[in-house]
Design a protein around this ligand. Sequence first.
Ligand SMILES: [Zn+2]
Length: 392
Amino acid sequence: MYKCELIYRLRKPSTMSRILLSGGQVYDPASKTFSRADVAISHGLVEAIGTDLEVSDEHIDAEGQYIAPGFIDMHCHVFNHPLFQTSRLEADRIGVRQGVACVVDTGSAGPTTIDAFETFVRDTQHTHAYALCNIGSPGLPGIDGGHASRPELVSLSGTVKAIERHPDWILGVKVLASSSHTGGLGIEAVRIGRKAAALTGKPLMVHIGNAPPVIEEILELLRPGDIVTHSYHGKVGGVLGYGGTVIPEFRDAVDRGVIVDIAHGRSSFSFDTCAAALDQGMPVHTISSDLHGGNLNRYVVSLARTMSKFRLLGLSLEDTVYAVTCKPAATLAIPNQGTLEVGQPANLTVFAETDRAVEVEDAEGVVRTTSAWIEPHLTIVNGQVHSVSETL
Ligand SMILES: [Zn+2]
């Protein structure tokens, strides 16, 4: 029997009308702090947050656990179209089954394929799902991408029209600005992406990797609110330049409000690069996984595992949670996410943090051992409770 079916028979998503989560440490996004409280959920909304709340139809003991806004993975690949199946995952596989309430597919689909995102993802999954539109017409049909930003496939008008068709769930524009994707287009791909973003009023997310185009040229084109993804990869010519020192163009981009996203992936996160950047005062704004079929079983595995790697690098639990909740929600203007307020839709993650020693690997094959292991237990989406049921 298929593993997921078995798990769903063991525990179906709960749809009880009123749920009380008692005794947990509840995250307050405004102050970035946890404090002990109960949370009552009724008809899909947060009904009350306080102490000694009235008992409900369903009672969940959250003693010793944390209750946060639902985790958001703002860079992953869940466009589960039949033509794309070798590389794409079901949103629920890395979403509600791993403690993530909301996923953003970053450019798996482009102008000619993105309409199907509604049918193949949004209409069929419990996890909230949004997309960024690739400027390359087909998106990324193969596991290695390979041609996303090639001149003959890039379509400025197609990208703008796609976003105009689906302004509610296409949250921005995606450009893969590395030699393996742009072909002869080079830096022009970023200019086209920036133009599509300007015409639609959405942010631009730029994938950085192997030059050309060189990172200095890319960063200079980005505006406040745009996103650099794979920021701390370990390849030559990244944010540390060639000498281990943060390049001035990256520092300037951060200073003017460009967002630093992680997108761990199979080849895009280095403990050493990230540690050096943090030492030099650079931020981690948003933590994301870049999960797809090629890194689910090794390197990345889950967003929670990626978060634990940042605890290892010295981020506080509060900042780590902020980087998967409020910050991505604000960066991409995702409705009803990143909040934990009375009257709002109940999108929550219930998790524990233990001192479990787990060996974790970056995308360079460097292994370190955690002492703060983040372990989601429940994902609540519009008040519906899902047990975490996959390896983290
Ligand atoms: Zn990606």
